[in-house]
Design a protein around this ligand. Structure first.
Ligand SMILES: NC(=O)c1ccc[n+]([C@@H]2O[C@H](COP(=O)([O-])OP(=O)(O)OC[C@H]3O[C@@H](n4cnc5c(N)ncnc54)[C@H](O)[C@@H]3O)[C@@H](O)[C@H]2O)c1
Length: 379
């Protein structure tokens, strides 16, 4: 089995999730490649002891990402840094000839995203993908197979969303994700949007125009040092799009909300068509609901999905699947595609740079829609 040696740039919340995936690679079966963590970079050395104790294979821990990129032992980079750094670090990574698994939103804004996408196009020898783990839930994989089989008939309506509620607590101190200079003007759309766009975009469903309602519910937050400071990002976004699948048009509603009471980390999708409907939510992550219409009664069925994954693992098929498993499947997908292997399913891939570009065109149009109080065409 071939080894791909990884460096992590941005060793915070997601950096550690990625690292722990590499530590349980023995879970995945029949893979031509395995990842090995050899280097880590963060703005501070606070978490370096955790990395070094957990991963004896790490030979380099640095606060300068250029040192990591200059390390010939690093073949691929997982990058999870604040959004204002995406353009610089992603482009430098690609230019250094390292394969890139970059976190969303893949650039703080449309201009940054365009620069990253173009840099990738100028270096076709480098494999570039954006993180998107939610499609790997078994229920979503089954929905993907229904889409591939044309099971929905004529599309009537698509709704997708990602809902959080921890920001309902107005005493929660601010962090970079609530400041537009670091997180971007998109606010919650930049944080959560790519996650919900990925399945519709992979299906080939394109938003043609958008009417967006964006809310900044909590305009100030404690800075953690006794002062209140501006919290200038959009907390909630509801986007009503007219979408097309090439055959017809239909409404597509996309919600990204940081202040959605009762929702901890709820990713959902619901598709309604003339022949079938399906809905899935991480609120009840093994449940898949399907309605198939063949005349007669219209009956919603509830299916308990098991550990039915796109990439084979040792885990028993009856067991429950969760967030950490989506990350494992996604890294397996990245390495599988990087190794030039045939992808098992259309919906078992990470987001492509082109898919991120479409999300940026949508979010940029949504910002304009909010400003102008109008429906905005998407090019
Ligand atoms: N896929 C997901 O489910 C998911 C979840 C949360 C966040 N994210 C994304 O991951 C990225 C990071 O988010 P996070 O939650 O891990 O943030 P975080 O604040 O926990 O971690 C960010 C890390 O970046 C490091 N950093 C900052 N400046 C740096 C620099 N110049 N060079 C090297 N490292 C630097 C910090 O030291 C920190 O370790 C963002 O793009 C975010 O949107 C993805």
């Amino acid at each position: 089995m071939k080894t791909i040696r990884f460096g992590i740039i941005g060793g915070g919340l997601m950096g550690r999730e990625f690292a722990s995936v590499t530590a349980r690679w023995c879970n995945v079966l029949d893979m031509p490649v395995r990842p090995e963590l050899v280097a880590v970079c963060s703005a501070t050395n606070r978490l370096f002891p955790w990395y070094k104790e957990s991963f004896p294979s790490i030979r380099q821990a640095t606060t300068d990402y250029r040192e990591l990129l200059a390390n010939p032992a690093v073949e691929a980079v997982y990058c999870a840094v604040p959004h204002h750094l995406h353009q610089q670090i992603y482009c430098d990574t690609i230019a250094a000839g390292k394969h890139l698994m970059g976190e969303k939103p893949f650039g703080i804004d449309l201009a940054a995203n365009t620069a990253i996408v173009e840099c990738g196009q100028q270096h076709p020898e480098v494999f570039v993908r954006c993180v998107s783990e939610f499609p790997f839930y078994p229920g979503v994989q089954r929905i993907g197979q229904m889409i591939e089989a044309g099971a929905f008939g004529q599309l009537l309506e698509v709704s997708a969303g990602f809902l959080h509620s921890s920001d309902l607590d107005t005493a929660k101190p601010i962090n970079w994700k609530r400041m537009s200079q670091f997180n971007g003007e998109y606010g919650c759309m930049g944080d959560l949007g790519m996650h919900i766009c990925h399945v519709p975009f992979r299906a080939g469903w394109r938003p043609m125009n958008v009417r967006a309602i964006l809310s900044n519910v909590v305009p100030q937050r404690p800075d953690g040092k006794g002062q209140m400071v501006a919290c200038d990002t959009w907390d909630n976004a509801t986007l009503l799009c007219e979408a097309t699948d090439g055959a017809g048009t239909f409404p597509m509603t996309l919600k990204t909300q940081r202040i959605s009471p009762g929702e901890k980390n709820t990713w959902y999708i619901e598709i309604k068509g003339t022949k079938a409907c399906a809905r899935f939510s991480t609120k009840n992550p093994k449940r898949l609901e399907i309605l198939e219409y063949r005349g007669g009664e219209q009956i919603w069925q509830q299916i308990d999905t098991g550990y039915e994954t796109a990439f084979k693992t040792i885990t028993g098929g009856l067991f429950e699947f969760g967030f950490a498993d989506t990350m494992l499947q996604m890294v397996a997908s990245f390495l599988h595609e990087l190794a030039g292997e045939k992808m098992p399913r259309k919906f078992a891939g990470c987001a492509t740079p082109e898919e991120t570009a479409m999300s940026h065109r949508l979010f940029t149009a949504a910002l304009r829609s909010q400003r102008e109080c109008s429906t905005v065409k998407i090019d």
